[in-house]
Design a protein around this ligand. Structure first.
Ligand code: HEC
Ligand code: HEC
Length: 338
């Protein structure tokens, strides 16, 4: 199993390398110089689009859709959704912190630290797998877990639904948003509509959509290093991640201390299959400049450190400071544009 997976991975990386080498030859950036952003031709943008699918801006939402999003935000920020009336989704997913919370570990409702670092949810709608282990594949499935889990909202859906039904304000908001009744489905639909509305384009998306002036030459250099070094083999697609589970520590053991924590066993925790040892969902790199500390265990305090660790443990490369900084610049172009 693991051999087959590694083989497929190797073939896949080789194909990507071949593609990216061709892309570079055509662009004429063979290490000697780096191109000025205004010189990037549309043809080379087409080549980048072979690796990434951009997010397009969404305009002309209907009034009903806007009301659903607003209702979703109200629910997301309402502490009364939790059993102890103290915790809302926004307690840990804070707008100003890129919808993470900037802490190593957030506190659960009983004051205990969570096992995993809190990730950003801004682009979760584009993740094929959710959570560090990739334990869920839809926001609905995951929301059911969050509402009912005893360490979080600790609610019963019926109980929550009945509570909202007796609240005149909510009755009005649900009606205005076009929902016939307050139910598990309409509550979830509104929260998920809000989450989806957060996934707005970045400068990198506008670049991929054809506006070559969006990225500086340093950012394009970082993008090229990201592709040619092989980061792209795992951080790919619309979210530059979110669609694969991969071992953390491909080239060397990231958890050499054998009494490492249970959480470090990765997807093995769910399947108990030895092949899944240390497998984690490849996280999205959108918005990543705002969501430190990094990794499931918050073991990298800065983005530079996280990039250096990825080079070393995932690719077996001792990275130059220049490459680390250019990739960091590229990642800055993934910040959402208001
Ligand atoms: C106490 C802090 C806390 C609260 C409250 C909280 N979350 Fe989270 N959230 C986390 C942590 C930690 C994770 C990662 C869990 C894991 O990987 O197992 C997470 C993961 C997620 C993810 C998956 C992100 C991804 O792309 O993989 C979503 C979506 C999410 N939360 C939404 C919500 C919603 C909606 C609420 C409110 C109902 C909520 N969260 C409440 C801490 C919190
Ligand atoms: C073999 C697959 C693979 C490759 C190659 C890879 N990554 Fe990762 N990356 C992962 C996985 C898996 C994680 C999650 C690790 C964890 O915390 O358990 C991750 C996490 C990260 C994070 C932290 C994200 C966060 O929110 O905490 C950053 C930043 C990152 N990678 C950047 C890169 C860069 C830059 C490269 C190329 C130099 C790269 N990665 C190469 C699989 C990979």
């Amino acid at each position: 199993m693991i051999k087959a997976r590694l083989l497929i991975q190797t073939i896949y990386i080789s194909i990507l390398f071949l593609c990216s080498t061709t892309a570079l030859a055509v662009q004429g950036i063979d290490g000697k110089t780096h191109i000025e952003s205004q010189n990037v031709e549309t043809t080379s943008i087409q080549r980048y689009r072979g690796f990434f699918t951009p997010i397009s801006p969404v305009n002309n939402l209907t009034t009903e859709q806007l009301k659903r999003i607003a209702l979703g935000q109200t629910l997301f920020e309402d502490v009364n959704l939790s059993h102890n009336n103290k915790m809302s989704c926004a307690t840990c997913h804070i707008t100003a912190k890129g919808y993470a919370d900037g802490k190593s570990f957030s506190q659960e409702n009983k004051g205990v630290n969570k096992e995993y670092n809190t990730p950003s949810i801004q682009y979760s709608i584009y993740n094929q797998y959710l959570t560090w282990l990739g334990a869920f594949s839809t926001l609905q499935e995951h929301l059911d877990f969050l509402i009912t889990n005893s360490t979080l909202m600790n609610r019963d859906w019926d109980d929550l639904t009945n509570q909202l039904k007796t609240n005149r304000e909510y009755k009005h908001l649900f009606e205005q948003a076009g929902y016939k009744r307050i139910s598990r489905l309409s509550i979830s639909n509104a929260i998920i509509a809000y989450e989806a509305s957060l996934a707005i384009p970045s400068r990198f998306d506008f670049f991929l959509l054809g506006d070559v002036t969006q990225l500086t030459s340093q950012e394009i250099k970082g993008l090229d290093v990201f592709i040619t070094s092989g980061c792209i083999s795992c951080h790919q697609g619309t979210n530059l991640g979110g669609n694969l589970r991969q071992k953390f520590g491909v080239m060397k053991d990231y958890f050499p201390n054998k009494i490492s924590k249970n959480r470090d066993l990765g997807y093995f925790n769910i399947t108990k299959n030895i092949d899944d040892m240390h497998l984690f969902r490849v996280p999205s790199l959108r918005n990543v400049t705002k969501t430190g500390p990094y990794f499931h265990d918050a073991s990298a305090k800065t983005l530079e450190k996280a990039i250096e660790i990825m080079f070393s443990y995932q690719l077996g490369i001792k990275a130059s400071q220049e490459d680390i900084l250019s990739i960091k610049s590229f990642l800055e172009s993934l910040e959402p544009v208001q």
